[in-house]
Structure formats: C-alpha cells, structure tokens
Design a protein around this ligand. Structure first.
Ligand code: ATP
Ligand code: MG
Length: 296
C-alpha cells in the first residue's frame, strides 16, 4: 500500500491563485521523497491538501489507500506533520506540550516516547522551558517532536531545518534516516539542496504548480548535469578534444557527458599517461540540476 498517492491534484485558491496545476506523484513505503521547488512553487499547498487544511479543487490525495477528504480520521492518524510556519502556544512547557499532543492521539502515558524524542532532538535539557523561552531553532525542534509523539507512518516535513544551526541540522538528518530505517516514509521539502541530495531517495522538482521532473536523486543529477574533468600536465601537449572547455597553461578543463568513461575519454585525448600530473573530477550536483530544471 502506498503511503501517499497524489493524482492530478489541482488547487486554485479563492481569488483565483492557481497554486497547483494538475500534479501526480507517490511516496513509496520506506522512502524519503524530496519535494523541491522555488518559493511559491506550491509545496506547502500540496502538504496542506494532504493534512486536509486545504481542500483540493480536484484530483485525488490518498494516504495508505484512503482518500484524505473522505476518511480524514484514519489518514490523520497515519500522519505526522511539521508545518513551515512555527505555531506553538506560549503558556505551557515543552514536556507538557508533548503530553497534550499525545493526548490528542489518545495516548495517555507516553513518557518513554517523549523522553526518547527529547533526547533525539536535543531538547531534554530544555524540557521545562515554556515556548516563549525557546529560541527559534528549539521551537522548530519542538514541532518535530510533536509530529512524532504518536509514531506516525508517514511524516511530512515542510522545511524542517529552516533556522536550525548546522550542527543540529546534521543530528536531525541522522534522526530522519533512523526513522526511515524503522520503516517510516517521509515527504520532505527543503531549500538546502545539498541535504536533499544526501538524504532523498527520489526527488520531484516543481515550479509554478507543475511537476517539472521526477526520479531517483542520482538519476536526476546524471540527467541534468555534466561532469567536469581537470587535467594538469607536466609538459605542453596539443590536445584535440570536443570536450575541451578552457585551457590555462598546463591546466585543461573538460566538460563531458555524465556517462562518459574516464578511460575512454583519456584515450580519445591521446595524452601520454606519463605526462599527466593530476586529474580532478567534479561530478554534477543536485543544485546544478535544480537550477537547470527551474530555469528552462
Ligand atoms: N491561503 C492562500 N490563499 C491564496 N493564495 C495562496 C495561499 N497560500 C499560498 N498561496 C499562493 O499559492 C502559491 C503557492 O504557495 P505555496 O505556499 O504552496 O508555495 P511553496 O512552494 O510552499 O513556497 P515556499 O518555498 O516559499 O514555502 C503562491 O503563489 C502563493 O502566493
Ligand atoms: Mg512552503
């Protein structure tokens, strides 16, 4: 059963803003799926339709085989959500908030799970602080803990690391990977493309409400970027290569198709191996692929 299935989703807001224009994708069991796109692309709108905060104008949104509009009680139980906007009431402390949140899901004694999450999200020492005493990054981590108290099967993360410092971001990503290993499926939006590249099994790039491309992360990078090879020679050599991009003294930069074999490339340049001083290879990145997709 697919954790999430979205088919021909259209969302037009009252006032006529076409936020999502007929878009389809799935999240498969146990995968981390990255939904990427520039500001205003429609990512949060899609997440809002999954959580039934917004109603689709048309199309199908299913969580574990159930339509979210027809069976909201069931689907909400399967979901954990971290919203992009920070929303927490300031009156209670961190631990109390997590207890209340457990209560919403009918779990009355949840201390073990709550302590586990407090430790994992580096909030344990702050558990007695009221929300208004927390820093921005702590508030966001509290939202993540809240989303996880009932051990959801599908986790929706809308920019979970915005405002989280670099060290804690690393810890957070490790935690997300642990959750995935335990079988949780995850839908993630982020503007940190390096993280998305490391973390996501598959990625969909959306722009202006339409899906521009979808595929395995590595495959997208291969498809939309080129490989750069830099050779430094010990002496001058007349290189004839269709891939030669720039020459500076004894340094030669080449841009080659991603699938090109190194041996084949070197053989074509006819450079004697003994005058090659150094070879540097730069693979394409998701950031490059993203820019290409979004700009085209
Ligand atoms: N409640 C709303 N009413 C009307 N228009 C909206 C509403 N929410 C979002 N929009 C519009 O819908 C489009 C998509 O917005 P959305 O928030 O889904 O983008 P996003 O991809 O999440 O962007 P970001 O990266 O900035 O979070 C934008 O043009 C936005 O102005
Ligand atoms: Mg958003």
């Amino acid at each position: 059963m697919l954790p999430l299935k979205i088919e021909n989703l259209i969302k037009t807001y009252p006032g006529g803003q076409h936020a999502v224009k007929g878009l389809s994708f799935d999240v498969r069991p146990g995968e981390i799926f990255g939904l990427l796109g520039p500001n205003g692309a429609g990512k949060t709108t899609i997440i809002s339709t999954i959580t039934t905060l917004e109603k689709p104008s048309s199309g199908v949104v299913e969580v574990f085989g159930q339509d979210v509009t027809q069976n909201a009680r069931f689907t909400k139980k399967q979901l954990g959500v971290v919203h992009q906007e920070i929303i927490n009431s300031g009156f209670f402390d961190v631990e109390e908030i997590l207890q209340f949140q457990s209560g919403y899901y009918g779990i009355s004694r949840n201390k073990e799970r709550i302590d586990f999450l407090l430790h994992k999200l580096s909030l344990y020492e702050h558990r007695r602080k009221k929300v208004k005493q927390l820093s921005g990054g702590m508030k966001r981590r509290l939202m993540i803990a809240k989303a996880l108290v009932h051990t959801p099967k599908l986790l929706l993360l809308d920019e979970p690391t915005a405002g989280v410092d670099i060290g804690l971001r690393e810890t957070l990503w490790q935690f997300v990977q642990e959750l995935r290993k335990e079988g949780m499926s995850i839908l993630l939006t982020t503007h940190y493309l390096e993280e998305a590249e490391q973390l996501c099994d598959r990625i969909g790039i959306i722009n202006l409400g339409s899906l521009e491309c979808l595929g395995e992360t590595k495959e997208l990078v291969r498809q939309y970027t080129q490989k750069k090879i830099r050779l430094t020679l010990t002496e001058a050599f007349p290189i004839q290569s269709e891939y030669l991009f720039i020459q500076e003294g004894l340094e030669f930069s080449f841009v080659v198709p991603p699938g090109k074999l190194m041996g084949e490339f070197l053989a074509e340049t006819r450079i004697p191996v003994n005058i090659i001083k150094d070879v540097k290879i730069e693979e394409g990145t998701l950031e490059e692929a993203f820019m290409k997709v979004v700009r085209s």
